[in-house]
Design a binder for this molecule. Structure first.
Ligand code: ARG
Length: 512
């Protein structure tokens, strides 16, 4: 089989014939759907840079620019079969304008080209995924504000531990989610443009790499051509960030499932993100959180696969690197979809306050408070108070008696047997969970303190939002700048075609 057609890369050093299995292995056309629009933008800017450098005459440049916008407008499906999108775009251009298309790759290689395309698309995916993270953070803050007084047991080792509130529990994820967005927005190297580095060491063509970088929405050209083309540092950092946040969010998914279980029953996820059984008619299952958990684990495996591919490759570019791109897009797809579904599930979950309170009232989670009370009010060293309360709770457990304001008599009796005389009034106050929540230490469950903490987190949400906005608007400004230059040359329609194509790509992580 032959690939590339007119303007294709084969037919020189290697014949046009390709083994069909190798053709499949070699082709990145499928995954390159993700970077097609970025590749055309890249080519447009490179053509302008060649003209600015005096390497292309004006007429040839304009014909190439017109042809490229046409290729973008005709869309991905109209591209000829090729090894990758770079070859396909060049072939499609040569179908339109003939041999002049052959100037496009002067001073550029697919190695700097793909590294640049991937960073541009990654910028779009970072904006999209961070927006989803921000929405999750906001959802968690709002839900936490609503439930800052809903008493609930905290768990350690999945055993009831200390009194807590649902708001305290949910908000613990907010700093994790926000830190994930912050890392993604600051991925080192993502603001550096590889274009002009050619295959590995630069080229003899004096393109202005700084100008190219700014035109494509980067801050500056990458500092080292070998590093920029032969390594995938920004991609690996982004995948690592996705992986770390995914790991944390699998725990949020598990918590959602646990809190909605029949055994706890504090949350009831909405029908819209729940499933039922084909045979058990009574079932309402938390499938959204389960599927999100699995997707987030898959994201971690994709990140790990990318690192393994990178391991011990010889410098500089190796074809292995191509496989990493597909993993990156898949990771963003899975991650963003999971985050969106988790946010919707939590936002619309109903809260059963009585069920929540029962986890405290029908347990011994007030034991630490009791031990601290005995130590502080009776002057008994904490270690001794801890042992006493340990024996008291063991005894109460045998008799199925929980530790709460209604069981004060039984508690007082058990304490008396341990030689501790505590007035019932003092005990009742010690065992009151609402009072207990108002802990005097910073960062505690105290609803007033928690609201203060949540206000701070809201400010942090706003800060991340403006960081996302500024990345998105730098990207938009660069696109508009390119479009304005094209229009100045009489070439219309780039921006609409670019935006239209990018919108169509979002099906992977947007609702179907
Ligand atoms: N499709 C390739 C990739 O994604 C880019 C082309 C580089 N190919 C090459 N043989 N140097 O990495």
């Amino acid at each position: 089989m032959a690939l590339g057609g007119p303007g294709g890369f084969r037919g020189g050093r290697v014949s046009e014939d390709v083994d069909p299995y190798f053709a499949r292995l070699s082709s990145s056309m499928d995954q390159d759907r993700e970077i097609f629009h970025c590749d055309v933008w890249n080519s447009i800017v490179h053509t302008m840079a060649l003209e600015r450098a005096g390497e292309l005459d004006e007429n040839t440049a304009i014909r190439i620019l017109e042809g490229l916008v046409e290729v973008l407008r005709d869309g991905y499906e109209a591209l000829p079969d090729a090894e990758d999108v770079h070859e396909a775009v060049e072939s499609a251009l040569s179908e339109r304008i003939g041999d002049e298309a052959g100037w496009l790759q002067l001073g550029r290689s697919r190695n700097d080209q793909v590294a640049t395309d991937v960073r541009i698309r990654m910028r779009e995916r970072i904006v999209e995924s961070c927006t989803a993270l921000l929405n999750l953070a906001e959802t968690l803050v709002s839900k936490a504000e609503e439930t800052a007084d809903v008493v609930l047991a905290s768990y350690t080792h999945l055993k009831r531990a200390q009194p807590c509130t649902l708001g305290f529990w949910l908000s613990s994820y907010v700093p994790l989610v926000l830190s994930g967005a912050k890392v993604l927005l600051e991925v080192p190297g993502s603001d550096e443009c590889p274009l002009g580095c050619s295959a590995a060491t630069g080229s003899t063509v004096p393109v202005d790499r700084h100008w190219e970088a700014i035109m494509l929405g980067f801050d500056r050209p990458s500092v080292h051509c070998g590093e920029a083309t032969g390594f995938r540092r920004p991609v690996l950092w982004a995948l690592s960030a996705l992986s770390v946040v995914s790991s944390d969010l699998t725990r949020l998914a598990t918590d959602t499932i646990f809190l909605s279980s029949d055994e706890v029953g504090v949350l009831e996820p909405p029908d819209e993100t729940s499933s039922t059984s084909s045979v058990m008619p009574h079932k309402k299952n938390p499938d959204a959180a389960e599927l999100a958990r699995a997707e987030l684990k898959a994201v971690q495996s994709l990140a790990d696969a990318a690192l393994r591919i990178n391991d011990d490759l010889p410098s500089f570019y190796d074809r292995d690197l191509q496989v990493i791109n597909g993993l990156l897009w898949e990771a963003f797809d899975r991650f963003t979809l999971a985050v969106r579904v988790l946010a919707r599930t939590i936002r619309d979950s109903r809260v059963d306050e009585e069920a929540a309170e029962r986890t405290v009232l029908e347990s011994h989670v007030m034991a630490v408070d009791l031990a601290e009370g005995i130590a502080r009010e009776e002057g008994i060293p904490f270690r001794e108070a801890h042992r006493i309360v340990g024996r008291v709770t063991a005894k109460l457990a045998e008799e199925d008696i929980p530790l709460n304001p209604d069981t004060v008599e039984a508690v007082a009796r058990a304490l008396r047997e341990e030689g501790v005389e505590m007035p019932e009034r003092a005990l009742r106050s010690l065992l009151n969970p609402e009072r207990a929540l108002r802990r005097p230490v910073a960062g505690s469950t105290h609803p007033g303190r928690l609201r203060f903490t949540l206000e701070g987190l809201r400010r942090d949400v706003k800060a991340v939002e403006s960081r996302i906005d500024s990345l998105a608007s730098r990207h938009e400004r660069a696109l508009e700048l390119t479009d304005a230059r094209l229009r100045g040359r009489g070439v219309e329609g780039f921006l609409e075609a670019y935006r239209g194509y990018a919108r169509g790509l979002d099906r992977g992580s947007r609702p179907g």
